[in-house]
Design a protein around this ligand. Structure first.
Ligand SMILES: CCCCCCC/C=C/C(=O)SCCNC(=O)CCNC(=O)[C@H](O)C(C)(C)COP(=O)(O)OP(=O)(O)OC[C@H]1O[C@@H](n2cnc3c(N)ncnc32)[C@H](O)[C@@H]1OP(=O)(O)O
Length: 723
């Protein structure tokens, strides 16, 4: 796992642990052996550590952390001490990335050089820990306290030029990294090493540490609300300036151990792998990412120049994929083109794109007012409003207009893909591509296959998702798919809580304290109460009944219409300055609780004869989350989602479920399925008129076991395969 190569008077230690050169046990062993061997060889005058393949090193092997007590010797710090104490200079030659433990290896070395394109960083905080192989103690000795605190607590990566500016690197190279490392090594042979050993030098700005810490702490508490690891990162860097090197390192070890065993880190590590597992799609027939090739997509069409259509077009052109944007009404088309240009201007302003890159994007965007213009494109995404008949008409027309190989995608957020596909003669090439609003910001893409969608079509939209930088999850068609179907239960319970004693701000506050970025009523104000109203009206129409503010039940199912009363008052949310909250036009970001809304809710309750009482925070969390969790188990049971991780990724990226709580499925696994099942049964008895409380069969099966069944095995209980 570490290749040992003698090249003239140099020993080259090449880390060879694909795909990302993680510091697994054998790599750590190989490094120690390599340093010792090189030191024992009189011919060797210097040592170079380099990574094989596309990266220097991605850091510790995160999979080893799940059994932290069993991490085998040599641990990373002893590897590092062997490197630092080497009597011959050790140079790290970085290309690609040096992350976490990978950067720590470099900090144990006497010199660090890197390719121009290399990036370095300490992303440990993103998995709920800190750089625990002396990274928090060594970095401040090179970069100063303030920079170290920011870099470690944010987990951000920096480029080689910046790393050089902040003292982390000794040289930025433009040529072949190995050749440059060899030249560099020859120049430092024989130079004294003690001043190059970071454990022997002091933190320069140590006297300032408390002031620097307080500023950083205030920022971190605001930016990473609810998260423990960023605060521990700051404390550990502070120790580097207040304690001896050895004492600070020992304290760092204590802090990382505490974090690693904590709930947040376990959830964040789970989230790291869950996100990566989403792209490993598989269909029940056995087709999968491993055995199915995507078709080439070189040109696309987007139908609808509204908010969604424009946002989707931005995603495509930003990735260099040409788009023809089709909108029947020329004025709407012009507005859509302006919206797209405006979104890109915003990116230029934020320095996420250069004006030249914006111009290139606009060059590959064309407008059209007729579907005929899509005759030659490889893929079309329809993004008109949510109406089945309209979508079927469009798909029937596309089927006639487009070449036979064109894939037809719908951005529907709820509708059955099979019903849309049946309007065409190519149901195998019809698929759902459900973007979340705003499409150019939200990272989630929920791809939806119907009963006739072909594996190649699935492979193509999954690959498209990757190309446009989305976290892409594959699900099977059903009403609302995974995202909206399970989230609807969460939203329904939030509305019922309004009828039973809460105000919007009470519910938002509890769920925000739980970790959601925004409570459901703030989200509703942002996305528009009118949007929710329109969807509810469509659903009611499709089900053949008229929904009014007087409606309380449909087919015996409880319905809350408080939001519809606000709609009728013209309170659509932020866009009208009033919704569940009121907004000062000069500060639309700050929702202010509104007594008029409280009056509407109280009136509604009085009219409906609903008794109000005080509802404890724990019940708010349980009602909203367990209702969703129960539906998530049904989704798994019906194989609408293939694995629990997919559901959690959808909640994290679609509904800002806190990554450090894992997702509803992970949360349920931590609460314990027995407890979740008991509470679902309790609420089912209490609220028999809400079908989302009917306990899922899968949940019941899993909860009936005397020992908790690990998440990785839940799938085995689907379809009665295990009882
Ligand atoms: C008391 C104990 C003390 C211990 C002290 C230890 C101190 C050090 C701690 C650490 O170093 S923690 C790890 C810090 N590093 C990271 O968090 C980096 C994570 N990886 C990435 O950011 C990316 O993977 C990448 C390196 C930038 C590469 O990105 P790319 O998009 O090219 O590939 P991916 O699909 O993300 O990954 C490919 C493959 O590799 C797996 N993987 C990546 N990094 C690690 C890792 N550090 N450990 C284990 N596995 C890793 C990733 O899961 C993918 O595998 P599959 O999931 O597809 O099987």
């Amino acid at each position: 796992m570490v290749d040992y190569i003698i090249d003239q008077n140099l020993a080259i230690l090449a880390v060879n642990n694909p795909p990302v050169n993680a510091l697994s046990h054998h790599v750590r062993e190989g490094l120690v052996e390599g340093i010792k061997k090189a030191n024992a060889n009189d011919q060797v005058t210097a040592i170079v550590i380099i990574g094989k393949g596309k990266i220097f090193c991605s850091g510790a092997d995160i999979r080893e952390f799940s059994n932290h007590a069993a991490i085998k010797d040599p641990v990373l710090t002893s590897v590092g001490h062997t490197i630092e104490n080497s009597g011959k200079p050790v140079i790290s030659a970085i290309h690609g990335n040096a992350l976490g433990g990978g950067l720590e290896v470099a900090l144990f070395c006497h010199y660090r050089i890197a390719s121009e394109s290399a990036r370095v960083g300490f992303p440990e905080v993103l998995i709920g820990i800190l750089p625990g192989a002396e990274g928090t103690v060594r970095l401040p000795r090179l970069s100063g306290l303030s920079f170290a605190m920011d870099m470690i607590a944010s987990g951000k990566q920096i480029n080689a030029k910046d790393a050089f500016k902040h003292g982390i690197l000794d040289k930025v190279c433009t040529g072949n990294i190995l050749e440059e490392a060899k030249d560099f090594a020859k120049k430092v042979i024989g130079q004294p090493l003690d001043s190059r050993r970071l454990s022997r030098i002091n933190v320069e700005d140590a006297s300032n540490v408390d002031a620097v810490f307080e500023v950083a702490l205030a920022q971190v508490k605001k930016k990473y609300k609810g998260q423990i690891a960023p605060i521990y990162c700051l404390k550990s860097v502070r120790n580097s300036a207040k304690m001896s090197f050895d004492k600070a390192a020992a304290e760092e070890r204590r802090l990382i151990t505490e974090l690693m065993l904590g709930y947040q880190s376990i959830a964040l590590r789970y989230s790291f792998f869950a996100e990566r597992s989403a792209s490993k799609w598989r269909l029940p027939c056995g087709a999968s990412v491993n055995n199915t090739k995507p078709s080439k997509i070189e040109s696309t069409g987007v139908i609808g120049a509204g908010t969604m259509g424009s946002g989707i077009a931005v995603c495509l052109i930003r990735a260099g994929i040409p788009v023809i944007l089709v909108e029947k009404d020329p004025k709407m088309l012009e507005k859509g083109m302006e919206t797209i240009s405006g979104i890109l201007d915003g990116s230029v302003k934020l320095k996420r794109m250069t004006p030249g890159q914006k111009a290139k994007c606009m060059e590959i965007l064309k407008g059209a007012t007729s579907l005929d213009k899509l005759s030659n494109v490889d893929l079309v995404i329809e993004a008109v409003y949510e109406n089945l008949e309209l979508k079927r008409q469009i798909f029937a027309q596309l089927d006639k207009v487009c070449k036979p190989s064109t894939l037809l995608c719908s951005n529907t957020s709820t509708l059955d893909i099979d019903k849309i596909a049946s309007a065409t003669n190519r149901p195998d090439k019809v698929v759902g591509t459900h973007f979340f609003a705003p499409a150019f910001i939200m990272r989630l893409l929920e791809n939806v296959y119907g009963s006739k969608t072909s594996p190649t079509t699935v492979a193509t939209v999954m690959e498209l998702g990757r190309r446009i930088g989305k976290v892409t999850v594959l699900v099977k068609t059903c009403y609302g798919f995974v995202g909206n179907r399970t989230h609807q239960c969460f939203g329904a319970e939030a509305s019922f809580l309004l009828e039973e004693g809460c105000l919007p701000q009470d519910i938002d506050q509890v769920l925000e304290e739980f970790g959601m970025a925004m409570g459901p009523f703030k989200v509703s104000d942002l996305s528009g109460i009118d949007v929710g109203w329109r969807i509810r009206q469509e659903v009611a129409k499709a089900a053949g009944f008229k929904l009014t503010t007087e409606t309380r039940y449909h087919n015996g199912e409880r319905i809350s219409t408080v939001g519809d009363s606000l709609f009728e008052m013209g309170r659509y949310g932020i866009k009208t300055g009033k919704g569940w909250y009121k907004y000062d036009p000069t500060n639309l970001r700050k929702p202010v609780p509104d007594s008029d809304v409280a009056d509407v809710i109280l009136d509604h309750c009085a009219k409906m004869g609903l008794q109000r009482c005080k509802i404890p925070p724990q019940e708010i969390i349980e009602r909203c989350l367990f209702a969703a969790v129960n539906e998530c188990f049904r989704v798994l049971e019906e194989r609408v989602a293939e694995k629990p991780e997919d559901i959690d990724v959808i909640w994290q990226y679609g509904f800002s479920f806190p990554r450090y709580a894992g997702g509803p499925m992970f949360y349920a696994s931590q609460v314990g399925l027995k407890r979740v099942y008991e509470r679902v049964c309790f609420y089912h008895e209490k609220f028999p008129y809400s079908s989302h409380w009917i306990p899922s069969d899968l949940l019941r099966k899993l909860a009936s076991h005397s020992v908790e069944i690990p998440m990785s095995q839940w799938k085995e209980f689907v379809n009665g395969s295990k009882l």
